[in-house]
Design a protein around this ligand. Structure first.
Ligand code: NAD
Length: 504
């Protein structure tokens, strides 16, 4: 079944762009290049709708979000077809992306009330006569700017947490995956015809459209993309003091310790590094293997990589590079590594047959080369042998990024994981922390800040409000003039009673 793309007929924008399959060149759709005025109009509609949505309350919002997941599940074949036609990734990968998205929508809908409902807070000795409440309120309109590599998951996750927290949303998908992004945005209204039209709006175009959304006065920007764009997004948002959530790139490392199950480690690293042609922010780009197990590990990796299939079949392990420019990045990194003494365990520059890149595994790669320092975002795995786990941890952490990480060790996984500077770590597998909706997801350092998913992900799209109410008078109030000796004595007594005892 082929997805119906409304923008071909619905756009009135002066300028448009075409989307094509990255390998076959087949036309997927034509989309508007929205100007700052267009963006302002979509945001204004969203603001109007936001009041209705916020006023529904948790239970009614949950009902509509559940309808939305059911609608998406019923249309999964259409969505997988669209994702394949637009990005070239195997339909199985789009299906997996959709499953993860549905888990998140369901989780956000189910847990929003628990996380965000008003709660009573202990007032403490100094404010004993006050009732204290903490409540979380919707921000208003959230702008979600998405990349092309997870064209369904990123917009849907942004929408899920923002909507569950009571906000309207404006989605700006990547110019390389707008068909899927627009489909995701429109799906909510299709599942919920009673919702005002602007509740989930969308704008399409290039960087200028995204920048216009940053400057449009939305109440938060949730940006997922590259570090460079993240800096520009933050600068643009600074003009209106618009808060930002930045989910940026990664250079995730895996540690294979002396006591690792090397077969399991090799299998997971090959999948984590090559899945989706390496075009995953949490893809495994670096591996540090203890020298005692390195020969066995490398043998296991090579035998697995040699069986990888690349192509357009549904059962291919991965497909083409989605963004043409990324092929040049991969070529630059591999050339630099080989020129500086690295060895190709599998593949090499000949593996680059744009838009496809067959798997490349490099060993003994200098730590200061671009293949180790920069995000490659292609099917390239760098494996360096280290004397011991301490050195592996040091090198894994010697990066500006800090998104995900993983460790293979039968006996010391948790200790090693605790020392890795990253937003998430998987022990004896890879990437699994992303797929558990109740776990917050995000990075440190150049990988960004703020969190999607989990309780933190819901609070990300809310503002905390503190309310106190006087329950009874206590004679002379602290909050009134004139200052008295009695006030002084009370404060002194509380201070001494509460804090002067030494705690051991
Ligand atoms: P990108 O930064 O080029 O573009 C991302 C989005 O930003 C696109 O929609 C683009 O149109 C928009 N944009 C471009 N310039 C803008 C500007 N000045 N202001 C506002 N918006 C602007 O990234 P990409 O190539 O689409 O995606 C790949 C990157 O995304 C990789 O670095 C990858 O690691 C990262 N990523 C991170 C995560 C995560 O969760 N941390 C997830 C997926 C992808």
């Amino acid at each position: 079944m082929t997805a119906q793309l409304t923008p071909d007929t619905a756009t009135s924008a002066a300028q448009t762009f075409d989307l094509t399959h990255p390998s076959t060149g087949a036309h997927v759709g034509t989309y508007p290049i929205h100007t700052a005025d267009d963006v302002a109009a979509v945001v204004a509609d969203a603001r109007q709708a936001a009041r209705w949505w916020a006023g529904l309350g948790f239970a009614e919002r949950k009902r509509r979000m559940n309808r939305w997941t059911a609608w998406l599940a019923r249309h999964s074949d259409e969505i997988c077809d669209l994702g394949y036609r637009e990005t070239g990734k195997p339909k199985g990968d789009v299906q997996f992306e959709l499953l993860a998205s549905l888990e998140d929508i369901k989780w956000a809908a189910r847990n929003a009330e628990r996380v965000l409902k008003e709660r009573k807070i202990a007032p403490g000795a100094a404010m004993l006569n006050f009732d204290a409440r903490l409540s979380y309120h919707p921000l208003g309109v959230a702008g979600v700017i998405a990349p092309w590599n997870f064209p369904m998951y990123t917009p849907l996750c942004g929408m899920a947490y923002a909507l569950a927290a009571g906000n309207a949303v404006v989605v700006k998908p990547s110019e390389f995956s707008s068909a899927t992004g627009v489909y995701a945005a429109e799906s909510f209204a299709k599942a919920n015809p009673d919702a005002p039209a602007g509740l989930v709006g969308w704008v399409t175009g290039f960087g200028e459209t995204g920048a216009a959304l940053c400057r449009s006065g939305v109440d938060k920007i949730a940006f997922t993309g590259s570090v460079g764009t993240g800096r520009r997004v933050m600068a643009a948002c600074a003009e209106n003091l618009t808060p930002v959530l930045l989910e940026l790139g990664g250079k995730d490392a895996t540690i294979v310790a002396d006591d690792a199950d090397v077969g399991a480690a090799a299998s997971a690293v090959v999948w984590g590094g090559l899945w989706h042609a390496g075009q995953a922010c949490v893809g495994i780009e670096r591996v540090y293997v203890a020298e005692s197990v390195a020969p066995a590990f490398l043998r296991e990796v090579r035998s697995r990589v040699e069986n990888i299939t690349v192509g357009l079949d549904d059962l291919s392990d991965y497909g083409p590079m989605t963004m043409p420019g990324q092929v040049d990045v991969v070529r630059r990194h591999v050339t630099d590594a080989l020129d500086r003494g690295a060895t190709a365990l599998v593949g090499g520059l000949d593996s680059i047959k744009a838009p496809f890149i067959e798997p490349i595994v490099l060993v003994d790669v200098p730590e200061d080369s671009s293949a180790v320092r920069e995000e490659t975002f292609g099917p390239v795995i760098v494996i360096n042998t280290v004397p011991d786990v301490d050195e592996a941890i040091r090198r894994a952490n010697a990066t500006d990024f800090g998104l995900g990480s993983s460790v293979f060790s039968e006996n010391h996984g948790p200790e090693i994981a605790a020392l890795l500077r990253a937003g998430g770590t998987t022990i004896n597998s890879v990437l699994t922390f992303v797929g558990i909706p109740s776990l917050p997801f995000g990075g440190v350092g150049d990988s960004g800040f703020g969190r999607f998913h989990g309780d933190d992900g819901l609070r990300e799209f809310s503002r905390a409000k503190s309310t106190t109410r006087k329950k009874f008078g206590m004679g002379k109030e602290m909050q009134e003039f004139p200052r008295t000796k009695q006030q002084f004595t009370i404060v002194r007594r509380v201070l001494k009673l509460k804090f002067s005892r030494r705690l051991h």
